[in-house]
Design a protein. Structure first.
Ligand SMILES: [Zn+2]
Length: 265
């Protein structure tokens, strides 16, 4: 996707008619914006109130239309910036809300400490002061005016509540962290046994471009290769769970050696 590469931070990249990705240096995060005739949909809201406000201002430089928000999953970098978009409805998988309730405090503490350790006191302070609003709207079709976007539960994978945003008329899918470009997939909260099947369901949508939660937009060949590698990870993980394979040997054989294994089944 060299033609779409953006070197600067926070640049909109048009992937199709009225469909944009926005890339960020911070965590290499990628968010989205889908324009309709009457409303626009924001996909993910960045990682704290300050970043969310920056994104909201950037959205307002593109459109004054009323907004809706879709959250791909409950990891802080995708959803802690939602306050800046209220009173827009915040769509998510039903389990996303529960995951935020269960994990927001821990995520905030862990990452505030991490930013402080990195010497990024501004981001640490912004995150420490962020109490993210919870999603309040379901998956399903969202009518934007002359364009319908589908918010889909295609199965678990990166988490147990991944939401996929499909823009059928543009052939674009926003995959959240079900797809990762530029770094290995994050397995920490994964339901790794289900992940390959979920990516097969995503590929069955027949997208022209798939926007990952981190990195550059990719094509279906990239997604199929990542699915197959995750299939290998799932097989290794299952063998470890059955007691047939030593974890260190599984890591040696993994297509993503050194990546932390799932913390639950
Ligand atoms: Zn994530």
């Amino acid at each position: 996707m060299d033609g779409h590469r953006v070197d600067g931070d926070g640049q909109w990249v048009e992937l199709g008619d009225g469909v944009f990705a926005r890339r960020h240096a911070e965590l290499d995060l990628t968010v989205g914006l889908v324009m309709g005739g009457e409303r626009a949909l924001v996909v993910d809201t960045r990682g704290d109130e300050r970043q969310g406000a920056e994104l909201a201002a950037a959205v307002r430089s593109v459109t004054r239309l009323p907004l809706a928000v879709a959250i791909t999953h409950a990891h802080f970098d995708h959803c802690f910036g939602s306050a800046a978009f209220l009173p827009a409805p915040v769509h998510a998988h039903p389990r996303c809300r529960a995951a935020m309730v269960a994990t927001a405090v821990r995520q905030r503490e862990t990452w505030t400490d991490r930013y402080r350790a990195l010497g990024d006191d501004a981001t640490a302070a912004a995150l420490a002061g962020t109490d993210p609003p919870l999603p309040d709207a379901p998956p399903g079709p969202v009518e934007l005016g002359g364009r319908t976007v589908d918010l889909l539960d295609l199965g678990a994978g990166h988490t147990d509540h991944d939401l996929v945003i499909h823009v059928p008329d543009a052939g674009v899918v926003f995959a959240g962290d079900l797809v990762e470009q530029g770094a290995p997939p994050d397995l920490t909260d994964a339901v790794v046994a289900a992940w390959p099947g979920t990516l097969s369901a995503l590929l069955a949508l027949g997208p022209r471009l798939v926007v990952p939660g981190h990195g550059d937009p990719v094509d279906t060949t990239f997604v199929a290769e990542q699915r197959d590698r995750l299939g290998d990870v799932a097989d290794l993980h299952a063998a470890v769970l059955r007691g047939e394979l030593d974890p260190s040997e599984a890591d040696r054989r993994s297509p993503y050696p050194g990546v932390a294994w799932p913390t639950h089944r």
